[in-house]
Design a protein around this ligand. Structure first.
Ligand SMILES: *Cc1c(COP(=O)(O)O)cnc(C)c1O
Length: 394
């Protein structure tokens, strides 16, 4: 039985109808750029998150670039992130002219961990003014931890290290809208844990648009104003440009579609968690727990149900490529997120990294395999995926 990696049609006719109605409404009034549809979505999103400011953007990538521009990150600065993730994070840092400094990941969670951040920061020197400098002499301004696959980083731990060394945090919540974190100051939703953040609404994300869209999130009203300006070529009054920005505007049609889908998000995230639990039972039933490493759930003990929203179900498995080939033969969808760690990407050859520089990220890239987990996936399909893996390993 073939199993798709992802299938949006499984969201069902009710969602399809709501999406079509929203899109047709915009086609009807022809208010395509910014305006009431965008504001309504931004307001619904901040209500859902329980605070903050939301600035709709053309993509998650553009939201991050706009945030870096708003923070004034550029030449002479350095930004720390991890090599095992989607390209966007490092790509945006490069585009501002800042230096990218990588920090290896935690082997169980795949994310930035406070101890490796601390040892990286502790290895750096300060200039006479007290600013922390990269080995190339750029000022360390910011860290960008990534909540990977729907799980959350140790934000309290990272926050403590960042504060100790005087660097800011920008949170990549591209994959984790709806996840909740029990911080030392109470429960917070991903996107509002750090002072600034961004989410992606790429169609396969937990909340997906009908095309590209994203949002920048922040706690500070002045930062929100800056981001609104940067989103629209630095304009407040038309054709008067206060600062240089870009065209980072979210389409009104995407805002309307996202607003129609937002009320379903918690149910979809719950379905993803149920699917993860079904995988756990199936892998255990198949006697594979000694060979397959299931996704870590770093904040399970918090007792919050949304501690992990399983944007992806990424397992680690030996002989990954052979397992993948076997699944492909049986038409069972799976994928590698991410096959080449960022420090070894061709476009970053100028950074001078070599294999072995970030061994934990490199190992993750060799062993990880993403399995279908989308809402609407059936228990039989999960059994089929696990059966395929058992056959490949036997
Ligand atoms: C999807 C994603 C992005 C970029 O979002 P786009 O909307 O595709 O530009 C950034 N970071 C991570 C971790 C992502 O998964």
């Amino acid at each position: 039985m073939p199993v798709p990696l992802f299938d949006l049609s499984r969201l069902g006719p009710r969602v399809d109808e709501a999406v079509k109605e929203a899109a047709l409404r915009v086609l009807g009034h022809r208010g395509y750029v910014l305006g009431a549809e965008v504001e309504a979505f931004e307001n619904d999103l901040t209500a859902y998150l329980g605070g903050g400011h939301a600035i709709g953007m053309s993509s998650g990538t553009d939201a991050q670039l706009a945030l870096l521009m708003a923070m004034g990150i550029g030449g002479g600065d350095a930004v720390i992130s991890t090599p095992y993730t989607f390209f966007a994070t490092a790509g945006c840092i490069h585009r501002t002219g800042a230096e990218i400094l990588f920090c290896d990941i935690d082997p169980t969670t795949f994310m930035m961990d406070p101890e490796s951040l601390r040892s990286l920061l502790a290895s750096l020197k300060r200039d006479p003014r007290g600013f922390l400098l990269s080995p190339k002499g750029n000022r360390i301004r910011l860290i960008v931890p990534i909540h990977l696959f729907g799980a959350l980083c140790d934000m309290d731990g990272l926050g403590a290290v960042a504060a100790e060394y005087g660097v800011e945090i920008l949170e990549d919540a591209a994959q984790s809208l709806g996840a909740e974190y029990a911080s030392k100051d109470g429960v917070k939703k991903a996107g509002l844990i750090a002072p600034t953040s961004y989410v992606s609404f790429y169609p396969s994300k937990n909340l997906g648009a009908a095309g590209d869209a994203g949002v920048a999130l922040c706690l500070d009203a002045e930062m929100a104003e800056k981001l609104r300006r940067i989103r629209n070529h630095g304009m407040e009054q038309r054709y008067y440009h206060k600062v240089v920005g870009g065209n980072f505007r979210i389409d009104a049609i995407q805002a309307a579609v996202l607003r129609a889908k937002l009320p379903f998000l918690d149910t979809w995230n719950a379905t993803r968690r149920t699917n993860a639990a079904t995988y756990r039972e199936a892998f255990s039933g198949a006697g594979l727990l000694d060979r397959v490493t299931l996704p870590a759930e770093p904040h399970l003990a918090s007792g919050l149900k949304n501690h992990h929203i399983f944007h992806q179900c990424v397992i680690r498995v030996p002989k990954r490529d052979a397992v993948m080939a076997h699944l492909a033969e049986k038409k069972i969808g799976c994928a590698i997120y991410y096959p080449v760690p960022l420090h070894l990407q061709e476009c970053f050859a100028y950074l001078g990294h070599k294999p072995g520089d970030f061994p934990v990220s490199e190992q993750a890239a060799l062993e990880s395999l993403a399995l279908p987990i989308f809402p609407g996936l059936t228990g039989d399909e999960i059994e089929e995926v696990v059966g395929g893996i058992r056959a490949a390993l036997s």
